[in-house]
Design a protein around this ligand. Sequence first.
Ligand SMILES: *Cc1c(COP(=O)(O)O)cnc(C)c1O
Length: 496
Amino acid sequence: MDLIYRSTRNNEETVTASKAILKGLADDGGLYVPEFIPTLKVSLEELSKMTYQEIAYEVMKEFLTDFTEEELKHCIQSAYDKKFDVPEIAAIKDADGAHFLELFHGKTIAFKDMALSILPYLLTTSAQKNQVKNEIVILTATSGDTGKAALAGFADVPGTKIIVFYPKSGVSPIQEKQMVTQRGDNTYVVGIYGNFDDAQTGVKNMFNDKELAKVMDEAGYQFSSANSINIGRLVPQVVYYVYAYSRLVKNGTIAVNDPINVVVPTGNFGNILAAYYAKGMGLPINKFICASNENKVLFDFFETGCYDRNREFILTSSPSMDILISSNLERLIYKIAGNDAKENEMFMRQLREEGRYSITEDMKKMLVDFVGGYATEEETAQAIARIYKSDNYIIDTHTAVAAHVYKQYVEKSGDTTPTVIASTASPYKFTRSVMNAIDQSYDSRSDFELVDELNRLSKVKVPEAIEDIRTAPVLHDTVVDAADMCAEVKRILGIN
Ligand SMILES: *Cc1c(COP(=O)(O)O)cnc(C)c1O
């Protein structure tokens, strides 16, 4: 029996995993969720003896039940290979009383690579399985890291085109340079005058536009999504929580079945939701500590039960978390509403129309495992400087938000459970903010001088992703108003 996926907004809309991956978003604007969270079929003990790729298979086969063993193994082997600069794919570094799970050893040095190196394989396999004839157009909104990781994953993949929209003034200089230098005949990068939420809303509107879908189909195209609303993004992210746990068992930090906490620097709520799914599969996770920057809409939600996006959008030094509409939270809301699509749809309508909703007391009770916290800009910088001084370990701004929130949590709760902090980006991706946190006098230096200085301080090799853009030419320079995103897509595809 195949695991069925349902839309969070309509219980009648059901699809297989491969169809959910192909479509990205359900026709009613909802997100696909598995009917239930499957459990791991191997013991935690056995997992501690497996490689990343083997664990990936054990996790993903439970979710993607309409993929054959051969198909799934091919996807996994093609994705998790020498593209990663550590043989174990993800690394664990102990510092500051926690275990930093380094998820940035892929091609674009952010954790998005963990899922986006496999998504193109999952998607093209899904297209074959479902006899899709159209060319697939990956439409993506990015707050900086998804864009580059998706571009790198889909560049020159036959049968696909990828169009990425990013907020022109809302990403770091290195993030922007990484994207606008992207090679590949099927890649398009477009800046917009607006913020990430504008980009994400524009993309969602195109997905929901039935007329547009028809015109596209006539021209031989169909959309899919590389954003974390795609279940093909979420499932590969479950893997590294299981992997992290298995390594802590393997190196003797914990015994089999001991609980751990996880701290996740959060924006769109995809990464932390994957941890929640990992617990659903049987991984002993106690607390999910959701770390926000000054855009602390999720912190307020966990405190009060009210999700309220009516507030100022703040540009911070952790731009990949500058988000006021956390798309994947919808999957959790649906779950704690008792898998009730009608009730979820009501909350999402309130969010669209009034910018806020409040969950019921019963729903709030189901969130006991979640703890919210946030870090100000100053606290983020202090965390970087503090951990550099204490452990000689340099973390990026997003991870620093999590490190601060974790410290705050331990001080308040006294909880000594072994804790994994998701380290979501290499410090080289946010060199200027990171170096300024260590010493403000660095501010006068150029971006690449700072890269070399970071290399000197951290003794961590400059990643290839950074070396590549030192001299790479800018290949994409289009910027449009948020309102013109659809027109731009039509222009790119040559349809009207
Ligand atoms: C995308 C991103 C985040 C936020 O992850 P979500 O899954 O959107 O919550 C955090 N840190 C970095 C570096 C990112 O790229």
